[in-house]
Design a protein around this ligand. Structure first.
Ligand code: PRP
Length: 210
């Protein structure tokens, strides 16, 4: 049995469409249900529906053989997984954002306060510039932090840019672009090659045709 970890939320719709194009039966996935494990029995495949940030953990631990996660989530997890395909969708970028008129996110006296869902990514970014920062880990509504002066800037994903704009903030720096990736457990790639290799081939082909 092949186990696929699927992120609930913004990645789910595209991932389901992609699997459908790969002749996977996604009918149970499309049902409006609270089930966390759904099956395509004909293809000996099951999907586990998890929080996006947990996809790398399930795949790394081998309880899922493959998974689809955003590159942002993978960078933040920093786990050794095989990243097999850039699926292209859910494309966005990780940025530093804040108030433009606040010295472009640069402060001279104290350490820059950075609010983020991505502390590892934020630290890597500022480490690469040799800047020591204070990280404030939040789990959502990150844009609130500079508004309430909880932080000087945020490090967050920007997709349409609406959240930044509608909250009066600006992009101060681009860190990297990210998109959905197919990741595979390092052991599963060998032990379940018969199932995984053809599936990756079908996914590649489906992406080319999309
Ligand atoms: C993400 C991110 C931004 C927003 C960016 O939040 O943290 O807030 O989306 O998208 P946009 O550029 O298209 O506006 P999400 O919607 O996942 O909700 P959250 O605040 O609960 O993390």
């Amino acid at each position: 049995m092949l186990t696929i970890a699927l992120a609930k939320g913004r990645l789910a719709k595209y991932s389901i469409e992609l699997f459908e194009k790969c002749s996977i039966d996604t009918s149970e996935l499309r049902e409006d249900t609270r089930k966390l494990v759904v099956y395509d029995k004909k293809n000996d495949t099951r999907f586990v529906l998890v929080k996006p940030s947990d996809v790398p953990v399930y795949v790394y631990r081998g309880v899922a053989d493959i998974g689809i996660a955003g590159k942002d989530t993978l960078l933040e997890a920093g786990l050794p997984l095989y990243e097999m395909l850039d699926l292209g969708y859910a494309a966005c970028k990780i940025c530093v954002a804040g108030y433009e008129n606040k010295g472009n996110g640069k402060i001279t006296s104290n350490r820059l306060r950075v609010a983020t869902k991505y502390p590892r990514v934020a630290k890597m970014h500022y480490d690469s510039k040799g800047e020591d920062i204070e990280i404030i880990k939040l789990n959502g509504s990150i844009e609130l932090a500079p508004i309430l002066d909880l932080s000087d800037v945020i490090v967050d994903i920007v997709e349409s840019g609406n959240t930044i704009r509608e909250n009066g903030l600006s992009i101060l720096e681009d860190i990297c672009t990210v998109s959905a990736r197919l990741v595979v457990n390092q052991v599963s790639l060998k032990t379940k090659a018969d199932a995984i290799t053809p599936l990756i081939g079908r996914m590649k082909q489906a992406l080319e045709e999309m």
